[in-house]
Design a protein around this ligand. Structure first.
Ligand SMILES: Nc1ncnc2c1ncn2[C@@H]1O[C@H](COP(=O)(O)OP(=O)(O)OP(=O)(O)O)[C@@H](O)[C@H]1O
Ligand SMILES: [Mg+2]
Length: 349
């Protein structure tokens, strides 16, 4: 109905103008002839109506709709896809209503953008805060050890080597954080090129499980494959990056696993994809943390993670790597029962 508003308004204006003109003409005719002629009235009304309508239509077109068209173009520049570049057409759409609609849309969009910018800004501030906080700990540690050594500790054989070793460990920690941040930023700006190759993922997992066995043994955690996977399972992926993914996921299952627990890696084969599943029976993650789990620096239990030497960057890197491969990753977890993280890779022949 709203689309008819302007034509109806034009008709009403034309009718009002025609009535006024008819009254004037009839009055003049009456003065001249001395009698009232209905035919003259009707003819006058008809002619005035038609003439008024075209004049009003012309004026609307020249003055109002041209301006509206210009406004359309202006909005279109701001919002290129959504607004069609249409000239006003009487029987089609009411330009004024549409303009109002488009302005509302534009305002909503601008508000949405402003909200996003505010979120990004607070995300950036939070990120900077996190980075400096994480770097502060090893820096203060190094400062403490070095100061003690300068203040005479260097000559004390009971602590000198030990403090140098601890300072060295803190330097390693800083390097680790900076390396992780560099990887994340390369993945985010897309400068990290994947080096895709065809290789046997089953063998890669066996190698990683073997390498992490020592770490798992410390907590008496058993690392195992769901099956033997005797035949090779070929995937097309960046071997080095997928190793990074697997190491972080399996290390997490050890770090957040329980003593005498178990981590099982399973490979589920489909025609074009393989799903790699890492399942533990550790502390689990409460459902409310799952949506933020892959965010940079997000840790469920900061104290526990830091104790384990974690920064909360691991899963953010994992997700970026999997997405850079065009694949997906999913997590399922229940508290005190355990966690399963699964991701997909493309099979190769
Ligand atoms: N298998 C798991 N079981 C329970 N909690 C987990 C598991 N994997 C990850 N988490 C939780 O998710 C958080 C984020 O994991 P992520 O790998 O990103 O960081 P991190 O292991 O703490 O540190 P980093 O990997 O950077 O050394 C962890 O701090 C931990 O709280
Ligand atoms: Mg981790």
């Amino acid at each position: 109905m709203t689309t008819l508003k302007t034509p109806i308004l034009m008709l009403i204006l034309s009718a009002v103008s025609a009535v006024l003109q008819t009254l004037i003409v009839s009055f003049i005719a009456y003065k001249i002839t001395g009698n009232f002629d209905l035919a003259v009235c009707l003819l006058s009304f008809f002619i005035s109506f038609i003439v008024s309508f075209f004049i009003i239509y012309y004026l609307f077109n020249q003055v109002v709709f041209r301006k509206i068209d210009k406004l359309y173009l202006l909005i279109k520049e701001q919002q290129p896809k959504e607004i069609p570049n249409t000239e006003f057409q009487l029987d089609e759409v009411d330009s004024i209503d549409r303009l109002e609609e488009e302005i509302k849309k534009l305002t909503q969009e601008r508000n949405k953008e402003a909200d996003q910018n505010r979120n990004l800004d607070s995300y950036r501030k939070e990120f900077l805060g996190n980075v400096s906080h994480e770097l502060k700990t090893p820096i203060f540690n190094i400062q403490g050890y070095v100061s003690t050594l300068i203040d005479g500790g260097i000559n004390d054989p009971a602590i000198n080597i030990e403090y140098l070793k601890r300072a060295d460990k803190s330097v390693d920690r800083m390097i680790q954080i900076i390396d992780d941040l560099e990887t994340i930023s390369q993945l985010e700006v897309g400068t990290l090129e994947l080096e895709l190759e065809t290789y046997d993922i089953a063998q890669q997992i066996k190698d990683i499980l073997e390498a992490l066995e020592f770490q798992a043994n410390k907590k008496s955690i058993k690392l195992q494959l769901a099956k033997k996977y005797d035949k090779s399972i070929l995937v097309k992926a960046d071997k080095f990056r997928i190793r990074q993914v697997l190491v972080n996921l399996i290390t997490n299952s050890i770090k957040y696993g329980r003593e005498t627990g178990r981590t099982t890696v399973a490979l589920n084969l489909f025609n074009e994809q393989v799903i790699i599943e890492i399942k533990d029976n550790g502390i689990g993650i409460a459902a409310k943390h799952l949506p933020r789990l892959f965010e940079r620096f997000y840790r469920v239990d900061k104290g526990r993670s830091r104790e384990q030497g974690g920064t909360g960057l691991g899963l953010a890197i994992v997700k970026h790597i999997i997405e850079a491969h065009g694949e997906t990753i999913d997590v399922e977890s229940s508290i005190n029962k355990g966690t399963t993280i699964a991701f997909t890779l493309k099979r190769s022949t």
